[in-house]
Design a binder for this molecule. Sequence first.
Ligand SMILES: CC(C)(COP(=O)(O)OP(=O)(O)OC[C@H]1O[C@@H](n2cnc3c(N)ncnc32)[C@H](O)[C@@H]1OP(=O)(O)O)[C@@H](O)C(=O)NCCC(=O)NCCS
Length: 171
Amino acid sequence: MKELSWTTHSVQLIDTEDDEVNFTIRAITRYEYSWITSETFHSFYSQLTKCNLLSKSEYEEWFSKVHESPYFQMFGVIKSTKDGTLPQIVGIGSMWLDPKYYRNKSISARIEDVVVDRKYRGKGLGKALLRFMMDKAKENKCYKITLHCSKNNVKFYEKLGFTEGIDMIFK
Ligand SMILES: CC(C)(COP(=O)(O)OP(=O)(O)OC[C@H]1O[C@@H](n2cnc3c(N)ncnc32)[C@H](O)[C@@H]1OP(=O)(O)O)[C@@H](O)C(=O)NCCC(=O)NCCS
């Protein structure tokens, strides 16, 4: 299989309400476990489902395990401010690629665990993150993208071109 393409691009978004702030969407690499802490992931995933806080060592083990796979990639929306405050993750999402035996090894992509921090919702960041991930699927020549979502998020994904209810598909 050809080398997978994950980390080459990022996109910059300007906050229309505060020109001191901008958001970057990019892949999160396996080396970033130290500035993105267990507390950060706990805060995001608690907005998605019931979730215990992993200890530092459990978190580091989990982070390195998921990043071991060349078929897995995490993406983040990173907020930076011109005043030099440390950057902050305000949105995350993950993608798995699944090369098929059939379809001449074509790849199916699966999007998982998309969360925009509740303080930053409604600014178009979720849509921009999804578009970024969908572009990555396209770069990797995926023939489809699937995801499972709750009923109240169906409209959000439909706006991005997904169809077919809570088990959604984009082709
Ligand atoms: C779903 C989620 C990622 C959306 O993120 P967001 O940054 O608020 O979304 P955006 O601001 O980019 O919204 C994009 C568009 O979708 C619409 N939208 C967003 N969430 C919606 C919802 N639940 N129902 C209907 N429309 C929705 C917005 O109004 C906007 O419409 P527009 O383009 O016509 O203006 C966010 O609400 C979230 O993290 N929810 C909690 C976790 C979760 O449920 N994740 C999804 C797992 S399936």
